[in-house]
Write a protein that binds this ligand. Sequence first.
Ligand code: GRF
Length: 188
Amino acid sequence: MNIAIFFSGNGSNMLNIKNAVDEKKIEANIKVYICNNRNAKGIKKLKESRDNLIIIDHHNFSSINNWEKEVEKHLKNLEISLICLAGFMKILSKKFVKRWERKIINIHPSLLPAFKGLNAQKQALNYGVKYSGCTIHYVNEELDSGEIIDQSIVGISKNETVSSLTKKILIEEHKIYINALRNIVKRN
Ligand code: GRF
C-alpha cells in the first residue's frame, strides 16, 4: 500500500509511522511526506528520507483548493491510496475530502466527539474532565467528525498542565496510530 504522510509541525507522529514502516511493523511504502510549512521542526527529523519530502508551503497558494491541486498531482503520480494526517494543521476542503473518502486518517488529541478543533488538551483542562485521550479517525467533510477507528484514554491528575497532558496523550497517539495503520494496511 502506498501511503502519504502530511505534517505541519513537530512531526513526532510522522516519525513514529516512519520508524514503524522501517522496522517492518507496517507493510506499507511511504512514497511521500508532504509538509505545508517550510519551518516545520519535523523536516529535520526525516534525515536521509528527506528525498521523499515535498514542501508545499501554503503561503504560496491563494487558496486551500490551489494548494490541494498541487498536492494531488503528486498523490496521483505516486499512486497513493492512503493519506495519513500526522499533526497536519490545515483544514482540507470538503471537495478534497470527498474525493478521498475513507482514504484519509487523522489523529486528534481528545476523546472525540469531545473537544474538536485546536487546543484540545486546553479545552479538556478548562472543562475539568477527569479523563481525556486521543482518537484516530477517518476524515470526513466535518472537522474531527469522521468514523472513529480507535481511541486511548489517559487520566488527568490534579496538577495537570497543558504541557504534561500533551506529553501523556502523545504517547498514546503513537500507539494507536501504528495499530490502526497496521490494520488498515492488512485489510487492503
Ligand atoms: C498531535 O497532538 C496530534 O494529535 C495533533 O497535532 C499534534 C501533532 O504532534 N493533530 P506531532 O507534530 O505529531 O508531534
